[in-house]
Design a protein around this ligand. Structure first.
Ligand SMILES: Cc1ncc(COP(=O)(O)O)c(C=O)c1O
Length: 574
């Protein structure tokens, strides 16, 4: 082993060196980044480099006296920072127990009433000054990829621009500063806004009733299926109708919801062209079927053109039609689910109406209901009586209702944002938004179709373009490798391996809010990557991401053995 003259702390032997005069660096962030075979030398100890098994030697030194820098394989700076890409430790690693950002008075002495439960050891909270706390969280926030930093092409998730006008409206004191427990007479404006957004949702969907209280798309699914269950109770058919049909391309929340609400799931296959097989639906139908949960446009980005036949078949069999409306953004202003025979549908406000992404809440996933299910809508109901608008919260006043989904009436802030989007676009603007979403997805499809394979042929898609991994065969590059290499290019990857019916699925949803210039650059970057994969430039993919603050994570291990608690590392033995 020898030290390289040109780079004193990175040598050809894979051994790094830190020189110091004395002291310990065990708790210094630098120490944690040292690879196993990294050696810390005291001054004048260079001779030891010739000794065998030196890579097991650990010598304590004082960080304040470190003279050089460490350069393990992927760190080329003393701090580990790369210019503005700051290497940030955990707050527990940064904090010192004796530090506090606030000046608190000494607590008054009180009699100990805790007995043996009294804590003996310090609680171990990290102590930081105010600027340190601020910097910590600002730096963490700067590590995020967000729709405000770039195109977010996640298919099925619809990450689109959140207009700032929405935020301004949501912060108006009349909306932002009110409380759900206020007397209803003092929040008539907010109730009026709820009535107005209900009107828009019913007009755009052609349905009869709306429940605003669900907090997300999946919560909306639960709402719709509970309304169906309640309708079956009213018909005395709950014992008999226990099955819900779910196409095999469905989003995982559909079968999960059906099961949660107490139904059994029966899978329905798709046809070779990616849409649901009406004959298979008819065959799966029987007196035991309560409903179908069908997504339209579906998760392959295709319009279910036989949707009316599916609805008729369901109704003839005495069952209901739940439509997963997550992809309503592709048809809003152009087609009304009520005209297609839908009985219940949730609308993810974050997907279609530009509110911040719910991710399971706190968002909003209103559910629209047909006249068949309207009597079973959840509380609260928004009604007008002689004195103004009011929320009906008492089940005695709404005999058909299945009850409440949660506290209060839903996410007011989301209603304000969504209505702002509706009003600022107008009916013609919403129509154009869905057209642009479809146009952008097709622009991407056409821009990549000669290099990447499409599972259902090169034909028009709706709001998202679906590729498979057929074109990667024999390249040694997987879909995951390709997605990770996109990170190096500065892009959040598309949705991968979903929908499950397509092998090696890559689902790209650009949304209507991206410009042609952004799409052109995105397509060019993907074309460059695709050509690299095809010509066998595996290095670019296998270790990717190469330039992210962290390299590829072991996602299986992270999911199966998550480390959710920080444990103070034991001091290294000398
Ligand atoms: C097709 C589909 N259905 C349901 C959902 C669930 O919506 P949410 O995330 O708002 O709960 C999603 C979310 O991505 C979806 O894509």
């Amino acid at each position: 082993m020898r030290e390289c003259a040109s780079a004193p702390f990175e040598n050809e032997c894979g051994v790094g060196v830190v020189r110091s005069r004395n002291g310990a660096i065990d708790n210094h962030p630098l120490h944690k980044r040292l690879p196993e075979n990294f050696i810390i030398l005291q001054d004048g100890a260079e001779a030891m480099l010739d000794q065998p098994k030196l890579d097991q030697t650990k010598i304590e030194i004082d960080t304040s006296n470190i003279e050089g820098t460490i350069a393990p394989a992927d760190h080329t700076t003393f701090t580990g920072n790369r210019a503005l890409a700051i290497e940030e430790g955990l707050i527990f690693e940064l904090g010192r127990p004796e530090v506090s950002g606030v000046d608190l008075p000494d607590p008054k002495p009180v009699a100990n009433r805790l007995g043996t439960l009294e804590r003996k050891a310090p609680i171990g909270l990290p102590g930081l000054s105010e600027p340190e706390v601020l910097r910590h969280y600002v730096r963490l926030s700067q590590k995020n990829y967000a729709i405000d930093t770039g195109i977010f092409p996640l298919g099925s998730c619809t990450m689109k621009h959140n207009p700032r006008l929405n935020e301004r409206m949501a912060r108006l004191p009349g909306f932002g500063d009110i409380h759900p427990l206020q007397p209803q007479s003092t929040v008539q404006g907010a109730l009026e806004l709820m009535r107005e957004i209900s009107h828009w949702l019913l007009t755009l969907t052609g349905m009869q009733a709306v429940a605003l209280s669900p907090r997300a798309g999946a919560h909306g699914e639960a709402c719709g299926m509970m309304a169906i269950k309640q309708a079956l109770i009213a018909r005395g058919e709950t014992e008999q109708r226990t099955v819900v049909l779910v196409p095999d391309s469905a989003h995982g929340t559909n079968p999960a919801t059906a099961t949660l609400v107490g139904f059994t799931v029966r899978s329905v296959p798709a046809r070779a062209d990616g849409i649901v097989d009406v004959d298979a639906v008819r065959q799966a139908l029987g007196p035991d079927v309560a409903a179908i949960m069908l997504t339209n446009p579906n998760t392959c980005g295709l319009f279910e053109k036989n949707i009316v036949e599916v609805a008729e078949a369901m109704h003839e069999a005495g069952a209901y039609f739940y439509c997963d409306g997550a992809n309503f953004n592709a048809i809003v202003g152009r087609a009304r689910p009520g005209d297609l025979g839908v009985d219940a549908m949730h609308i993810n406000l974050h997907k279609t109406f530009s509110t911040p992404h719910g991710g399971g809440g706190p968002g909003a996933g209103p559910v629209v209901l047909s006249s068949r299910l309207a009597p079973y809508a959840p509380l609260p109901l928004l009604v007008e009586d002689g004195s103004g608008l009011k929320l009906v919260e008492d089940p005695a006043e709404a005999p058909g209702t299945f009850g409440r989904l949660g506290a209060f009436h839903g996410q007011m802030g989301m209603f304000v944002r969504a209505l702002t989007y509706m009003l600022s676009h107008g009916a013609d603007g919403l129509h154009q938004a869905s057209e642009d979403a479809v146009l952008n997805a097709n622009y991407i499809r056409v821009g990549l179709a000669d290099l990447m394979s499409l599972p259902f042929g090169n034909r028009p898609c709706m709001h998202e373009a679906l590729f498979d991994d057929g074109w990667l065969k024999n390249t040694g590059v997987t879909v995951l490798d390709f997605a990770k290499a996109m990170i190096d290019e500065g892009y959040h990857p598309m949705t991968v391996y979903f929908p499950l019916v397509v092998h090696g699925a890559m689902l790209i949803e650009p949304t209507e809010s991206e410009s042609k210039a952004t799409l052109d650059l995105f397509i060019a970057a993907l074309r460059d990557l695709a050509m690299a994969a095809r010509r066998g430039d595996k290095e670019r993919f296998l270790g990717a991401p190469h330039f992210a603050p962290r390299r590829r994570l072991d996602e299986t291990r992270a999911a199966r053995s998550p480390v959710l608690k920080w444990t103070k590392p034991a001091p290294v033995e000398g």
